[in-house]
Design a protein around this ligand. Structure first.
Ligand code: C2E
Ligand code: MG
Ligand code: MG
Length: 762
């Protein structure tokens, strides 16, 4: 038999199976040997199993040792005192040690100063509690470790081996976190750098999320928030922080730039006004721009704020300075008046406007008489003061829109824009000449300095600046030649007309005092009976040299000079006294005395009181005085007129609308006025009864009067045919040459007596 060892496992098993089969058979002499053989084989098989198991064990131990040694994490086993009892290759390398010669090693000695204590404390805790711990420690430099590193230690208690009585140890995983720490430090440094940059910006800076939450703010923004809204609320929104408001900003005062950026995706700029604690208002400009996310979506809004109060103030100052410079360039520094440059510009503009609006422009060229004497005898300082006072006088006399300029020396110009008539320039010139007749006050001296004025008119005397100035200048020399202290037009006939007007005005001023006015009275008749039912007082001016001046000639002059006010008062008083006298004589019972008023009277807010005072002073019974106001004046200023008419009606003074049909009445206005009657204008009566148009107008006025329950009086009735037509049309009262002209008081009284006798007789 070959040796058992040489047989394969299979052959051995087959032999063993056969031998066992045989052993069940009856015993034979070779039985003992047989059993021995079986036992031997069984042993051999057991041996082989053991050897295989050992071999597998050895192989697996080697494999685990490799896994342990070459794990990416260091492993060590430590005692409570930190002594390393076992350590893998990775840990050895981490600590910069050589594996072969592992001395007695305490891990704490390898760590950066201070870390050893933490390690020992952690080991003790882990061993006592059994809880795992994680500890970050620095690994200082040492032999074999040229660089310091950072470690995370994961410490846990070792499971006690059954039957082992040694004190328990800790298993520690050593993870190199140097790179992570460095990356963290880099990120932190970057973040700190960015924050420092943001904080370093002087203006408040915010990053706001699309739901208005503040994601980032710099120091300036925080300070602003602390002043306004506060930073204590959570979540902190920009409206809460900056305005203390619950909802996002809105409206005109606080437009929201965030909303705008979110809606448009573009940069938005708005201005907010803030009142800080010192109550000073600050203008704050907010600039907002979108913060884009990786997918191209808006993830926030970057908002910066800038206090532009100071900037605005400086801009305003700059602007003001610019204006001052501009003013200096265009004005005379001594008088503050426009200089030659600005004058030329203004004159050009005035001419353009006049051309468009078909008006005239008056150019006055004023030169002081004998100004050189003042300069030579009193010195330039005195001369300057005279010029300043002259400038002030001129400015005070012209209208707001007119220009007074100083061309140089003692030469001034005045531009009178939008003149309807050239004569109006004469009035200003005359007023200026008069203004210079007042003495100039220089300290304790009184100086008399007159002025000579030349006038040219656009367009007749020139259509450009140079020509107009030249012609006004030569007219001024004419004024000087003809005795100073006066004015002359460039053309002879204008001068004559103007002088006539001026002398008329001068005469008118004296007419009242000189008792040159008289009243004539024109009777008004009931068309049906011929009875005198009223009188109209009409003024007449007898001038010693001009003779009889018609009211149309002097009433407008009296109006424009304001002389109408005392004249009206005189007319009222005279007419009322006359009527009182006649009534006392038993004349004109039941008749009324009508007096004409002017537009000036109508705009006098005390008109009713003034008239009331006159009536009661004279003792005239109410209802006897009536007034006539023209349609044009009433409609020009319906509010003031209405108020006066109402108050007059309350005093029992009847108001008739004169020259009705020549103006543009608003029926709505008319309806609201408590007037007594309408006077059909003479021009319409003149065409009656033949003129179809006049007939239509007269009939319309009569119908209107009836509809509004107003008396209708026809003016200028010259023929019986007119009277008949008017009567047939429904008009009840007429006045005119058919009955009588306006008569002096005595003649009028005689006429009325006669008429009364005729009526009662007939
Ligand atoms: P008026 O108030 O419309 O006066 C009527 C004018 O017609 C008067 O002219 C009168 O003399 C004239 N007249 C009357 N009947 C006839 C006629 O049959 N034929 C013609 N051709 N004329 C006639 P007078 O007196 O020249 O007054 C003119 C205007 O002057 C008045 O128009 C009135 O507006 C104003 N006026 C007259 N006196 C005064 C007054 O004392 N104060 C005010 N403010 N204005 C007055
Ligand atoms: Mg009248
Ligand atoms: Mg009239």
């Amino acid at each position: 038999m070959t040796g058992l060892r040489d047989l394969s496992d299979r052959s051995l098993s087959e032999v063993l199976a056969r031998l066992r089969q045989e052993s069940r058979e009856p015993a034979d002499p070779g039985r003992v040997l047989h059993d021995l053989q079986v036992h031997q084989i069984e042993l051999e098989l057991q041996n082989r199993e053991l050897r295989d198991a050992q071999q597998a064990l050895e192989e697996s131990r080697d494999r685990y040792a490799d896994l342990y040694d070459f794990a990416p994490v260091g492993y060590a086993t430590l005692t409570r005192r930190g002594q390393v009892t076992e350590m893998n290759l990775t840990a050895t390398r981490l600590l910069g040690l050589e594996r072969g010669r592992l001395p007695i090693l305490y891990l704490g000695t390898q760590l950066a100063p201070g870390a050893s204590g933490s390690l020992l404390a952690a080991l003790a805790r882990v061993l006592d509690t059994g809880e795992q711990e994680s500890l970050e420690v620095g690994l200082g430099r040492g032999p074999g470790r040229p660089e310091a590193r950072d470690l995370r230690l994961l410490i846990e208690r070792e499971q006690p081996h059954p039957g082992v009585t040694e004190p328990p140890a800790c298993r520690v995983a050593l993870i190199d976190i140097t790179e992570i720490k460095q990356a963290q430090a880099t990120v932190l440094a970057e973040r700190q750098f960015l924050q420092a940059v943001v904080d370093g910006a002087a203006d408040p800076l915010l990053v706001v999320s699309p739901d208005y939450r503040i994601m980032l703010m710099n120091t300036a923004a925080r300070a602003a928030a602390d002043r306004r809204g506060g930073t204590n609320t959570q979540p902190l929104t920009c409206h809460l922080a900056m305005h203390g408001r619950e909802a996002p900003c809105a409206g005109f005062e606080y437009p929201c730039p965030v909303r705008e950026v979110l809606a448009s995706g573009r940069v938005a700029k708005v201005v907010h006004r803030h009142r800080e604690e010192n109550a000073e208002e600050h203008a704050v400009e907010l600039l907002a721009s979108p913060l884009w996310g990786p997918q191209g979506e808006i993830i926030g809004v970057i908002e910066s704020a800038r206090d532009i109060t100071e900037h605005r103030r400086l801009t305003e100052q700059l602007l003001e300075r610019e204006l001052q410079l501009e003013h200096l360039a265009e004005h005379d520094p001594l008088t503050g008046l426009p200089n030659r440059l600005l004058f030329a510009d203004r004159l050009t503009q005035a001419m353009r406007r006049a051309h468009r609006e078909r008006h005239q422009v008056g150019l006055l060229f004023l030169d002081l008489d004998q100004f050189k004497v003042i300069n030579d005898s009193l010195g330039h300082a005195a001369g300057d003061r005279v010029l300043q006072q002259a400038a002030a006088r001129m400015r005070a006399l012209v209208r707001e829109g007119d220009t007074v300029a100083r061309l140089g020396g003692d030469e001034f110009t005045v531009i009178l824009g939008a003149l309807e008539r050239g004569d109006a320039a004469a009035r200003v010139a005359h007023a200026l000449v008069e203004a210079f007749e007042e003495p100039f006050e220089l300290d304790d001296q009184r100086l008399y300095v007159t002025a000579s004025i030349g006038i040219s008119l656009y367009p007749q005397d020139g259509t450009d600046v140079d020509t107009l100035v030249r012609n006004a200048d030569s007219a001024m020399y004419l004024a000087k030649d003809q005795g100073h202290d006066t004015f002359r037009f460039y053309t002879q006939d204008m001068t004559e007309r103007a002088l006539a007007q001026v002398s008329l005005e001068t005469a008118l001023r004296q007419a009242l005092a000189n008792q040159e006015f008289v009243l004539h009275y024109q009777p008004q008749h009931a068309l049906s009976t011929g009875r005198v039912v009223g009188l109209e007082a009409l003024i007449r001016w007898h001038h010693p040299t001009f003779g009889l001046v018609a009211p149309q000639r002097f009433i407008p002059l009296a109006e424009s000079t304001g002389l109408i006010v005392p004249i009206s008062a005189w007319v009222l008083r005279t007419a009322a006294a006359q009527m009182q006298d006649w009534q006392a004589q038993g004349l004109l019972a039941g008749a009324a005395m009508a007096v004409n008023l002017s537009s000036r009277d109508l705009s006098n807010p005390h008109l009713a009181e003034d008239i009331g005072a006159i009536v009661s002073e004279i003792g005239l019974a109410p209802g006897i005085l009536a007034v006539e106001v023209t349609e044009t004046w009433v409609m020009a200023n319906p509010e003031a007129a209405a108020e006066n008419i109402r108050r007059l009606a309350e005093l029992g003074i009847a108001v008739a609308i004169d020259d009705f049909g020549t103006g543009y009445s608003s029926l709505a206005t008319l309806k609201r006025l408590p007037v007594w009657g309408l006077k059909i204008d003479r021009s319409f009566v003149a065409g009656l009864p033949g003129g179809a148009d006049d007939r239509a107008i007269a009939a319309a006025i009569i119908t209107l009067g009836q509809a509004l329950n107003l008396e209708v009086i026809a003016e200028g009735v010259e023929t019986q045919a007119q009277a008949d037509w008017l009567m047939a049309a429904g008009c009840r009262i007429g006045q005119g040459h058919r009955y009588s002209r306006a008569l002096p008081a005595d003649a009028c009284a005689a006429y009325c007596r006669q008429a009364a006798a005729t009526v009662s007789g007939g």
